[in-house]
Write a protein that binds this ligand. Structure first.
Ligand code: GAR
Length: 199
């Protein structure tokens, strides 16, 4: 059984959606480790409640490469095959990425390459786009970059506030992240340049 490593920094609703699918047997894998760089992250507390192996190294003040190598060690020690960033608000060093080649996924709340970085939903709303959404992509050392696996579109309504738009995007995030993980675990894909195609 393949083992997921979840990295999070906050609320952890994407982690919970994945955990629900794993526990219900809809996603055929185990959660091998949940890591947070923030001791106070609600997602970390939830992992503990669920009895999942978890750990935290506060990132504040630590040099990126040595921090990342400690995180990678924890993931390796816990037999992690696929790393899933779920609201992990840190850029990964090239050295970390190369330890899990094509084995790190991220979810981002926009249709990439539009609106990378922080507050993607706010960026979309203030830019005035009529359609936004979310993306699951493979991670490289650049911000919200890397080949895209799956996207879902969400219409921006005239009546939307940041909260209502973010809520509808989040619902799609919870759906496509597990779908993308299932696809990666099945392994029936090929990466051609920036394109991830079904085989
Ligand atoms: C999610 O909306 C995720 O897409 C976003 O952070 C939120 C985390 O929520 N990630 C990024 O913006 C990455 N650039 P969650 O902790 O409830 O899963």
């Amino acid at each position: 059984m393949k083992r997921l490593g979840i990295l999070l920094s906050g609320r952890g609703s994407n982690f919970e959606a994945i955990a629900r699918n794993v526990l219900a047997g809809r996603l055929h894998c185990e959660i091998g480790f949940v890591f947070s760089n923030k001791p106070e992250a609600p997602g970390l507390a939830r992992a503990r409640e669920l009895g999942l192996p978890s750990g935290c190294i506060p990132s504040a003040g630590l040099e990126r490469e040595s921090f990342d190598s400690q995180v990678a060690d924890l993931l390796h020690q816990n037999g992690v095959d696929l790393v899933c960033l779920a609201g992990y608000m840190r850029l990964l060093s090239g050295k970390f990425v190369s330890q899990f080649p094509q084995r790190i996924l991220n979810i981002h709340p926009s249709l990439l390459p539009a609106f990378p970085g922080l507050d993607a939903q706010y960026q979309a709303l203030t830019h005035g786009v009529k359609v936004t959404g979310c993306s699951v992509h493979l991670v490289d050392e650049n911000l919200d970059s890397g080949p895209i696996l799956m996207q879902a579109a969400v219409a921006v309504l005239d009546t939307d506030s940041l909260e209502t738009l973010s809520e509808r995007i989040l619902k799609e995030e919870h759906r496509i992240y597990s779908e993308a993980i299932a696809w990666m675990l099945e392994g029936n894909y090929r990466i051609q340049g920036r394109r991830v195609v079904k085989t």
